[in-house]
Design a protein around this ligand. Structure first.
Ligand code: G4P
Length: 533
């Protein structure tokens, strides 16, 4: 299905309207609340308080997600799309639990920017740190939101120092709080020196009324609180912590906003920054490193596969990030790894747990392909001349377990489940190229194993016994190094389905020794490929 000239021409314009980002934070920092408040400010929900209700409904009807309910955490990621100031905002949600940080890494591969939400009382927590290393490694532009300023917290100047020291990202405050944490009245907008005063609404269910005051009136009305904010702003000017869009887009500095998602203070300023500062969808490099122009025919890659979104049908939805061209539902595409045609009749946009058929999409958008059983994470789909995007990098797993079916009569179901769950990236499945048929599962967080075992039992009817495999560190390696490792006791080389070789070690200490003693060996902490392409 070729595009008309008008459609082709419209692609860069549509891409320029797109803002595609993810919110990352430590659990409880306020990601869900902020997401909902974005929807409130965009007019996508009339009143805050609806998302949780929707979540509860979904959990009540979903079967494998009863695990989620038991733990009281969110495992699933959703993609929300809304319009704001004539822009199309795609918000890719990430799981809050650290055990699913692999999922977060993949979501970040599909995002053009991220918002880091920090609890002003807690600052940079360990999980935030790990995710930020990923943003840094990818040079992903990051906006920072210091949340929960409505209650007592730490000195924000101290937090700036912590962000710079621990994350290596230079925070450049765009707004600064007026009033102490717990007595939060509004923000000083450093771009024009004015005071934005907020008023609370009942339970923050509706947008907080705002009033913009010039510095003279702010001083007269807020006195000491305004004086302190101005002093801090001068100090920030002096040390050069000022908004710099170029270094933000290069992933070196982070425009910082303060607020309270609960009371809606500062939410509009942050959402405006998404539109005004975050980059639009831009041309992305293909696997050869050439930038694929936005107006090329459609191409995109799978960054997430979600099973059982509709529990009645045990279906799978593959989420595809559009990188070039215009997507029109029903257009035949090609699945890059296999070269086979791929039907897009069942394309959907997914809003929370609700689905609408999607008719068209542009670079930056995410389409959900329902019942896309044959797709794997990282796969490219394209129209026209062949193209493939680079595989999504993943990080070395740290936990390993050997897996066997409890009932050998369920051997077939066990293997079917193993293949499917590996495709979805629930766990990595490693096999011995030389023989031992018992697969070794690899994960970053222990709960990945729990989800694996639960889904294997409930969806595929195969209970599994998972036993610790005796390894505690892994590195991506090559054929030559794996020959050398054959002679090393306590290590083993296994292969993923995509051909990546992983060297496993009994302890991080053993790995460290190998790295020191054999600098010529290939032991890479970043595993290059997730897909078989
Ligand atoms: P998460 O998705 O990052 O895990 O965090 P979530 O938004 O669920 O927020 C975690 C808790 O922090 C919630 O309280 C929420 O109401 C609260 N919270 C979020 N933003 C703010 C804020 O700006 N100020 C204050 N004071 N609290 C905030 P909860 O008691 O766990 O849940 P709920 O009963 O309020 O729903």
């Amino acid at each position: 299905m070729s595009l008309t000239i008008a459609q082709q021409f419209g692609v860069p314009v549509e891409a320029a309207r797109r803002r595609t980002f993810a919110i990352i934070s430590h659990p409880d920092a306020g990601k869900t609340t902020l997401t909902e408040k974005f929807l409130l400010y965009a007019g996508a929900v009339a009143e805050a308080g609806t998302i949780k209700a929707r979540g509860a409904r979904r959990r009540a009807t979903s079967d494998w997600m009863d695990l989620e309910q038991k733990r009281g955490i969110s495992i699933t990621s959703t993609v929300l799309q809304f319009t704001y100031r004539d822009h199309v905002v795609n918000l890719l949600d990430t799981p809050g639990h650290r055990d699913f940080s692999e999922d977060t890494y993949r979501v970040l591969a599909a995002a053009d920017a991220a918002i880091m939400v920090l609890d002003v009382a807690k600052g940079v927590e360990e999980q935030t740190l790990k995710l930020f290393e990923v943003c840094r490694a990818r040079s992903l532009p990051v906006l920072t939101f210091l949340n929960k300023y409505d209650r007592p917290g730490r000195d924000p100047l101290e937090l700036l120092d912590e962000i710079e020291r621990r994350i290596g990202l230079r925070p450049t405050p765009v707004t600064w709080p007026v009033g102490l944490p717990g007595d939060f009245r509004g923000v000083l907008d450093r771009r024009d020196g004015s005071f934005v005063r907020f008023r609370r609404t009942d339970h923050g269910a509706t947008t907080a009324p705002e009033e913009r005051l010039d510095p003279g009136r702010a001083m007269a009305e807020e006195g000491e609180a305004w004086h302190h904010a101005q002093e801090a702003a001068h100090l920030l000017d002096e040390v050069g912590l000022v908004l710099d869009v170029t270094s933000f887009r290069a992933g070196e500095s982070s425009p910082l906003f303060v607020g309270s998602a609960l009371t809606n203070f500062g939410v509009r300023q942050l959402l405006d920054a998404v539109v005004d500062l975050a980059p639009p969808a831009a041309a992305r490099p293909d696997e050869c490193g050439s930038l694929r122009p936005l107006e090329s025919p459609f191409a995109g890659f799978v960054f997430k596969i979600q099973a059982n979104m509709d529990p009645a049908h045990h279906d799978h939805v593959a989420f595809v990030r559009v990188c070039s061209g215009r997507f029109a539902r029903g257009m035949p595409l090609v699945h890059a790894p296999s070269g086979r045609p791929f039907s897009t009749k069942y394309a959907a946009s997914v809003f929370g747990s609700e689905r609408d058929t999607i008719d068209e999409a542009y670079p930056g958008d995410v389409i959900g392909l329902v019942n896309a059983g044959g797709l794997r994470i990282g796969d490219t789909l394209y129209d026209g001349d062949p193209v493939a995007f680079p595989p999504i990098a993943t990080f070395a797993p740290e936990l390993f377990a050997s897996a066997r079916p409890r009932d050998t009569g369920r051997h077939k179901q066990f293997h079917r489940g193993l293949i499917q769950l590996e495709r979805e990236g629930v766990v990595q499945v490693l096999r011995d190229p030389d023989g031992d048929p018992v697969p070794v599962l690899a994960a970053v967080g222990a709960m990945q194993f729990e989800v694996f075992a639960h889904r294997l039992a409930h969806e595929f009817g195969a209970e599994a016994d998972l036993l610790p495999a005796g390894y505690r560190a892994a590195r991506c390696t090559d054929q030559w190094t794996s020959e050398q490792l054959r002679l090393v006791r306590g290590s083993r080389v296994l292969a993923r389905a995509d051909g990546t070789l992983l060297a496993l070690f009994e302890s991080p200490y053993q790995l460290q020794r190998m790295e020191q003693d054999h600098p010529e060996w290939c032991l890479d902490p970043v595993l290059g490929a997730v897909s078989a392409s």
